[in-house]
Design a protein around this ligand. Sequence first.
Ligand SMILES: Cc1ncc(COP(=O)(O)O)c(C=O)c1O
Length: 382
Amino acid sequence: MNQHTNLPPIPFIDVAAQRRRLGRAIDDAVARVLVHCQFILGPEVKTFEAELAKFCGARRVVTCASGTDALMLALMAKGVGPGDAVFCPSFTFSATAEVAALVGATPVFVDVEADTFNIDAKSLAAALDTAKKLGLKPKAVIPVDLFGLPADHDGVAAVAKTAGLFVVDDAAQGFGASYKGKRLGTFGHATATSFFPAKPLGCYGDGGAVFTDDDEFADTLLSLRVHGQGSDKYDNIRIGLASRLDTIQAAILSEKLRIFPDEIAARERAAERYAKGLSDVVGVPKVPAGLSSVWAQYTIRVPGGRRDKLAAALKAEGVPTAIYYPIPLHRQRAYKHYPVGAGGVTVSDRLAAEVLSLPMHAYLDAATQDRIVDAVRRAVRS
Ligand SMILES: Cc1ncc(COP(=O)(O)O)c(C=O)c1O
């Protein structure tokens, strides 16, 4: 209970509600794996990969151990390494830039658009020169579909084409969303996603996948995820990783994928309710025409230094919030020595001071949401 009401606290993401809905289906799926005992790359992994490909329209899907590994495997398969510049937004989760550094390349930070929170194609174009001046070879770009909203994939593709950049879409938060009528998973040369439990399509542990239409690239990924194997795992033809999606997680994800379209629709309804209740008091997210978000987060903007006060007032009413992300990557201790593109990343800095994410999941009922909306309105007015 909280200090202002007698109502119970509201979960930020309700994984347990989904677990109750799926009930026996998950128990049975896990039990089937426990019977055949093929815990690594068992039949459920192939089945789930085929289901994912059908869901988003990608030709090939290679699952792996996490979203971070999915991004890294894509860079490894393309041979990105020392001397290469990998462009990524500063306003994102650390993994986006981390993988560039892990393969020995240099992340170059690019700004985002204030309206969408996603990579700004103009800032990307300006950063190409910065990289060249530093003696780096512009090699890859990682647009991020932040908070579930697809990035400006046409804008990024146009810049990437002129500069010969390899495009890896970081759809860790956006898988399930669509861009101009096509689901994410089919943009750029490869797409990476995460099945971390809090993601729109999450498992009960870590997991990830890479999507591509390129057969040769997909075959390289298959080798990389098993120590760079060749004709078998004791034939090592390249340096790789141990990065497989557990069979149990694949079995769980197949059950979750069945209800995913229904959950996406429920998230959409929740986002509409928030927009209706809040658009006159705070900055609410806007979805550009022709795009759909999967609403990994519902992130409002509270300018004028009032964000932290609002978060504290909501906490006192049992309404949890989160700040994604309080420090943009170009200011993080681990990343601040990496270059920022010409023109700077001022929007990223501003957003870090203004954003606040509200509870969002497919099981957010209207009554709970009314309580959140009322609390925000009260706090903003006080
Ligand atoms: C934008 C973004 N990229 C990459 C990742 C990494 O995914 P994982 O946690 O599965 O490694 C995440 C998730 O946390 C993310 O939000």
